[in-house]
Design a protein. Structure first.
Ligand code: NAP
Length: 237
């Protein structure tokens, strides 16, 4: 497998707490990174570093198919290859089984499932070509078990688990390995509504970033399909 300095990783949702930490960690380890965010001004100051030749930024809107294709094409034009994609963009949205709220269910489906699935479809030809392509979908422990009324979110994350396993099957022969990272509470904006746990006791985004970097660096013969990460003794599945 190539060393990190020859590999190019796209990060969708690089303005968010987890996406930003993964992007920064991969860049620190020598990867070239293509950062997708719907608001480029929210990308951290680190993206202006002296090593900026290994960083590109591009608008990313999960629900906009032509924008997604433009980003993939721009990444190939800039770096000549794509070795991995991290799908970290995602939305919360409290909607439960008995809520008559198709709008929120549709939004969750569009952002948390169809967005990552489209990024995978668009990049698979490039990932196959490099022989050791990597996909990381940031799912959730809510994609493994249902412990609260956030049914819509859980449905979307369970579906994202299926996307990961479908990707494993589709890409395996060509060296593509897909992983779902499934955390419980992570100390980011999305966890602002969390009750009964302090920020310090949550999983820190930097720790998830190290896990993502390990998954990307592992050889094709050591594939991790699901990485379940908890900060409490709560149910894992
Ligand atoms: N925090 C947790 O406790 C937790 C636990 C389990 C799983 N997760 C998952 O982790 C992932 C990252 O979340 P986070 O914790 O880092 O939260 P965050 O800081 O709120 O980041 C969410 C990211 O998703 C982006 N996003 C939302 N809707 C989008 C859209 N329509 N198009 C493009 N980008 C969009 C946001 O963009 P803006 O910056 O423009 O808003 C932001 O970059 C999500 O998939 C989430 O479901 C989080």
């Amino acid at each position: 497998m190539l060393s990190s300095k020859d590999r190019v990783i796209m990060i969708a949702g690089a303005s968010g707490g987890i996406g930003s930490a993964i992007a920064q960690c991969l860049h620190d380890k020598g990867y070239s990174v293509s950062l997708g965010a719907r608001n480029l001004e929210k990308l951290g100051a680190w993206t202006q570093t002296s090593d900026a030749e290994r960083i590109m930024t591009h608008a990313y809107e999960a629900t906009d198919a032509s924008n997604n294709a433009d980003w993939v094409n721009a990444t190939v034009e800039r770096f000549g290859r794509i070795d991995g994609v991290v799908n970290s963009a995602g939305m919360g949205g409290m909607v439960n089984l008995e809520d008559d709220d198709d709008e929120t269910y549709d939004a969750l489906w569009a952002v948390n499932v169809k967005g990552p699935m489209r990024m995978i479809r668009l990049t698979l030809p490039h990932l196959r070509k490099c022989g050791s392509g990597r996909i990381i979908n940031v799912s959730s422990l809510s994609g493994k078990r249902v412990t609260n009324d956030g049914t819509g979110y859980a449905l979307s994350k369970f579906a994202l688990m299926a996307v990961t396993h479908a990707t494993r099957r589709a890409g395996w022969e060509d060296g593509v390995r897909a992983t779902s990272i499934c955390p419980s509470w992570v100390n980011t904006d999305m966890a602002a509504r969390a009750e009964g746990i302090t920020r310090e006791d949550m999983i820190q985004p930097e720790d998830l970033a190290e896990m993502a970097a390990t998954v990307i660096a592992l050889p094709n013969s050591a594939a991790i399909a699901e990485l379940l990460v908890n900060c409490t003794l709560g149910d894992m599945f």
